[in-house]
Design a protein around this ligand. Structure first.
Ligand SMILES: Nc1nc2c(c(=O)[nH]1)N[C@H]1C(S)=C(S)[C@@H](COP(=O)(O)O)O[C@H]1N2
Ligand SMILES: [Mo]
Length: 318
């Protein structure tokens, strides 16, 4: 165990975390009605001043939906990103994603369901649906972060769309708008970015559609205005800036599987026993820490999700 000396910790880190946890303390005493105000008050200066506060969301107790591990700094979470629509460097999204216009924003719901249609982003932003979920996130590149998301359980939304009995999978698509997404002017990936989940994975209570983090509306680099968060899967499943949700009876082909089928599969569950062909998945670097940690089966969410894969050969269905 390594304890970093105070002078090794960047001051921005200290500020972020102290503000955030003071805010949590404050909310606990002041009650949830004030949550939005408190969030705006604590983070309003400097860090996230451009971002609107999310008015109200439910605070969950620590437990399966909410780890009490230390959160990463707002700075880490918003400047070290993968979002190839803005370039392949970790710093590109923070630099270029500001150009993306995220209002107005429509999400097309189609395929095998009783309530297809064009839904407005506000249909996903109802205060009664929003919850804070502090999740461990683990990238396929073997780094990880702890992120205080604000979002709506995907299952809650899916129930409203009423999937047909034949629907077995959900496919998600990112916006295609090369004028504002400069990476889409290149061929580094097949555009638009596509991801998929089995319907039972999508309905699992851990799976959310995030609209914010750190009590604020999502910054574009994190996938504004709506992105998927599936904490037991590698980060690339968390598709950003979603414009389409489609119910289907066939397993969708996701972007990374299409690009490199020997390296990326459909399931992409975090699994320290199944190495990536080019590197080990046994350990990970938590951003902000020096020594590597052991990667946990299903990223530490095995108690909640292992049942989804009972009897499945996880080395084959990676
Ligand atoms: N549309 C889109 N979504 C995407 C990506 C991308 O390139 N394009 N990158 C993925 C990868 S590889 C990771 S690790 C996560 C990173 O999310 P974060 O920047 O919010 O931490 O977004 C995922 N979602
Ligand atoms: Mo990733």
């Amino acid at each position: 165990m390594v304890i970093r000396r105070a002078q090794d910790v960047r001051s921005s880190e200290i500020t972020d975390e102290r503000l955030y946890f003071n805010r949590r303390e404050f909310i606990r005493t002041a009650g949830s009605v004030l949550a939005g105000t408190a969030g705006a008050f604590a983070l309003g200066e400097g860090l996230a001043s451009a971002q609107a506060a999310i008015p109200q969301y439910r605070k969950l107790p620590f437990g399966p939906f909410h780890t009490d591990e230390g959160v990463n700094t707002f700075n880490d979470i918003t400047t070290y990103n993968n979002f190839y629509e803005f370039g392949s460097d970790k710093s590109d999204p923070a630099r270029y994603a500001g150009r993306l216009k995220t209002r107005p924003w429509t999400v097309k719901v189609d395929g095998l369901c009783a309530k297809p249609g064009d839904y407005d982003i506000d249909d996903f932003l109802k205060p009664a649906l929003l919850e804070e979920r502090v999740y461990r996130m683990r990238c396929v590149e073997a780094w990880s972060m702890v992120i205080p998301w604000i979002g709506v359980p995907l299952g809650t939304m899916i129930k409203q769309f009423q999937p047909a009995p034949g629907a077995k999978f959900v496919e998600f698509t990112t916006l295609l708008r090369p004028t504002e997404m400069v990476g889409q002017q290149t061929g580094i990936l097949d555009w638009p970015y596509v991801e998929g989940l089995r319907l039972d994975e999508a309905m699992h209570p851990l799976t959310i559609l995030a609209v914010g983090l750190y009590g604020k509306t999502l910054l574009n680099q994190n996938g504004a205005p709506l992105r998927l968060v599936v904490p037991w899967k590698y980060g690339f499943k968390g598709i950003k800036s979603i414009v389409r949700i489609r119910f289907t009876d066939k397993q969708p082909m996701n972007t990374w599987q299409r690009m490199a089928p020997n390296e990326y599969g459909f399931y992409s569950n975090v699994n320290p026993e199944v190495d990536h062909p080019r590197w080990s998945q046994k350990r990970e670097r938590r951003i902000g820490e020096f020594l590597k940690r052991k990667t946990l089966m299903f990223n530490g969410y095995a108690d909640q999700v292992a049942g989804l894969y009972a009897g499945m050969a996880l080395k084959k269905f990676y």
